[in-house]
Design a protein around this ligand. Structure first.
Ligand SMILES: C[S@@+](CC[C@H](N)C(=O)[O-])C[C@H]1O[C@@H](n2cnc3c(N)ncnc32)[C@H](O)[C@@H]1O
Length: 715
């Protein structure tokens, strides 16, 4: 075995961009798409930086496939991949699941352009900041890649990724950035496990409660925790050897999660730390008995297309009266044979939280979890998740609170911000008997004839009466499953809540916008979605102009404006990738630009417009730091090859972590959080508009960071 020794990562040398980073910039010109394909990005701390290409012999060195190398992981790149360099050459290799500081033997598995990928064969010395991963599957299943990295180190790695991208792809000087304190410390997440909500949203919403069917039959919004396990004909368990020797061990059937990258390998899983306790109980029971030969159950084989059990889907909702968790179990099978499932149903229905057992039949050869028919095997056919607290729930809290505190419901005050709490209900479901308890209810009718939504403001400023009661609001927030729009998006309520309380992102945008408040300014809200950010600022500016490509989102933005009594906001449907020289002529020159693009970032046409515009402030909210860095480069440094001069100055970069142990982060929360906090009257009506929509498909996926960028015009 040929082993190339790597001397370690301590040698400090000149900071440089990595090969894939250069690709981001270059490809944006050649590609007609606004978004170049996203290569991995590293986040190398300047002090432990890498050899520069000039000083290395990367061009002459290219390891052969199958070659083994001794490497040290230096940093984490895009999707949490470890970045290493081959000794004496500077040649970059990426290794999945290598963590910073780890010395290991890797085998070259794939060559890619200027770098190669290696598979880890054996760890020689472990990474820095090693902690014991609480989950036994952490190093095998694709979910939590960095569980055994101390959370502080995870944060550091994410922070550095953003910094590295801004410096290398954005071509900003690290010295200048340090001098100007551009990089703000990452906002950490409070909750490290069981935070995961997977969300499906299908309109329309119904009576503050979200009904959830077991599958595509859903006709209501479903906002519930969902985990999907697969049955497999071959059980994959890690061999005793190092991770690199992961050979399939055929020791029977499997129920678990797919091995990353394999549709036919199922990793046996007993418990998942990201899902609820109740669903873990169900999983344990099913695992315990489904292989019993006397039951005659067989897993579906994706190769032979034989077998019965395809998937086990577990969803957690909430009882509308009590607020307690309720679980729906859904067996996806290849045919309808309910009697075969009886023994399993009998056992899992003994779990108090299980209120529904469904059977989706999918007889196609495909192994999707969507069934053609749906049958109820036990309990009800839908579960509920409280999207908004129902009136009765609010009443409950209200009375509880009155009883305990002997105070009237008052305005809730967080860090000096006044928050009223609103709830939106279907008109038909509001009973007068409910309303009479709210002496100071404000009722704002909507002009939506179909949904007849009204917004009820239930909390008011009562000066001198009682003190703000945080727990009351927290209770409500705990029961909100806000704003996530499609099944791929993940929402971490805790972080969201924290952001509300800490007012982090909200305050940032507010600060960055630096509004005069004299109603003189024009705000341009690019990629405005349902208009949340613009509407939040609307009350303090002359006019907001929002642009969005999705027609329904634009109509919701307009609706949101109406619902919130905002008359100085105009929302325009249009594709910002296809603007021409006339763009901007239909509205006055904006003072403040908010740009919140999807992962591809901004199209060059839009960049040109912004360069021409020379707005005094741009606030760039990004779900993809790589394309964000590229756009910042264009805005601040220009594109000489296109004869464009940069005219902005980078002032601040603020990352936020929302998904500990994974490289993922939700990018949508920021906007919603921001709007929700500040402006009375902008709360639940907006939430409703949000969750009714399902147009965010493209923002789903592995997002690393959520940097908020503030740039201002040089002049
Ligand atoms: C990250 S979201 C921004 C959400 C928005 N700021 C809000 O608060 O609701 C990006 C939005 O850009 C929209 N979008 C994507 N491509 C677009 C394009 N080419 N032109 C205009 N809007 C686009 C998407 O539909 C989506 O609503």
């Amino acid at each position: 075995m040929a082993v190339v020794a790597f001397p370690g990562c301590a040698a400090a040398s000149r900071l440089t961009a990595h090969p894939w980073m250069r690709a981001i910039r270059c490809s944006s010109f050649s590609s007609p798409s606004p978004c170049p394909p996203l290569p991995p990005h590293s986040s190398v701390e300047p002090s432990t930086s890498l050899p520069s290409p000039e000083s290395s012999s990367t061009s002459s060195f290219f390891p052969k496939r199958g070659k083994t190398l001794e490497l040290v992981c230096e940093s984490l790149a895009f999707k949490g991949t470890g970045v290493c360099k081959v000794a004496d050459t500077g040649f970059v290799v990426l290794c999945d699941r290598a963590l910073p500081g780890e010395r290991f033997i890797g085998r070259v598995s794939r060559k890619k352009g200027n770098y190669a990928e290696v598979t880890k064969l054996k760890t020689i010395t472990p990474h820095w900041d090693l902690v014991e991963a609480p989950c036994a599957y952490a190093s095998y299943c694709g979910g939590c890649k960095t569980q055994n990295l101390h959370y502080k180190a995870q944060l550091k790695a994410k922070e550095l990724q953003v910094r590295d991208l801004i410096i290398h792809v954005g071509r900003f000087s690290s010295t200048d950035c340090a001098k100007d304190c551009i990089f703000k410390p990452i906002v950490p997440c409070d909750m490290h496990f069981h935070y995961r909500n997977k969300v499906c949203a299908v309109p329309p919403f119904h009576n503050c409660l979200i009904g959830c069917h077991s599958s595509y039959v859903t006709d209501l919004i479903f906002v519930a925790v969902k985990m999907e396990f697969s049955f497999g004909a071959q059980c994959w368990v890690p061999s005793d050897g190092p991770r690199g020797d992961q050979d399939l061990i055929e020791n029977g059937y499997a129920l678990g999660l797919h091995v990353p990258g394999f549709f036919d390998k199922v990793l046996h899983i007993d418990k998942c730390m990201l899902q609820s306790e109740a669903t873990n109980k169900v999983l344990a029971i099913v695992q315990d008995c489904w292989r019993d030969p006397s039951l005659g159950l067989s897993p579906y084989d994706v190769h032979t297309h034989r077998g019965f059990l395809k998937h086990l889907m577990l969803r957690t909702g909430r009882d509308k009266r009590t607020g307690f968790a309720e679980v729906m179990v859904n067996f996806v099978t290849s045919s309808y044979k309910p009697e075969m499932l009886d023994p399993l149903v009998g056992r899992i229905s003994t779990i108090p939280e299980v209120v529904s057992v469904m059977n989706n039949v999918n007889s196609s050869v495909g192994n999707t979890s969507v069934g053609e028919q749906e049958y109820t095997l036990y309990g009800k056919s839908t579960i509920n998740e409280m999207l908004y607290p129902s009136v009765s729930f609010l009443l409950m809290i209200f009375f509880l609170w009155i009883r305990l505190e002997r105070e009237l419901m008052v305005n809730l005050n967080f860090g000096g911000y006044e928050m009223s709490v609103g709830v939106a209900l279907m008109e038909d479901n509001i009973k007068k008997s409910h309303l009479r308890w709210f002496g100071h209810i404000k009722r704002r009718p909507s002009d939506d004839p179909v949904r007849k939504v009204v917004v009820l403001d239930l909390a008011y400023v009562k000066k001198g009466r009682g003190r703000p009661k945080k727990t009351w609001l927290e209770n409500i927030i705990n029961n909100l499953s806000l704003l996530d729009l499609n099944e791929n998006l993940i929402l971490n309520r805790t972080q969201w809540r924290k952001m509300i309380h800490a007012e982090v992102l909200y305050k940032l945008i507010e600060d960055f916008a630096n509004l005069k408040g004299d109603l003189s300014e024009i705000v341009l809200d690019l990629f405005c979605g349902t208009g949340t950010i613009g509407l939040t600022l609307a009350r303090r500016v002359r006019h907001v102009y929002g642009f969005e490509v999705v027609k329904q989102a634009v109509s919701d933005a307009r609706q949101n404006a109406v619902l919130n009594g905002i008359h100085n906001a105009t929302f325009i449907q249009g594709d910002l990738n296809k603007i021409d020289g006339d763009f901007g002529k239909e509205f006055p020159k904006p003072d403040i630009v908010i740009s919140d693009p999807n992962r591809p970032g901004m199209h060059l046409k839009l960049i040109k417009y912004l360069l021409n515009l020379q707005a005094s402030r741009i606030i760039y909210i990004s779900c993809n730091p790589a394309t964000c860095a590229r756009d910042l480069d264009y805005l601040c440094h220009g594109l000489p090859e296109k004869n464009l001069r940069g005219c902005y100055r980078l002032k601040c970069v603020q990352p936020v972590d929302m998904f500990p142990h994974t490289p993922h982060i939700e990018c949508i929360c920021c906007e919603a959080t921001i709007s929700w906090c500040k402006c009375p009257g902008l709360q639940f009506s907006q939430r409703i508009q949000y969750v009714l929509k399902n147009y965010y498909k493209e923002v789903a996926g592995a997002l690393l960071m959520h940097p908020l960028i503030f740039i201002s015009c040089k002049n």
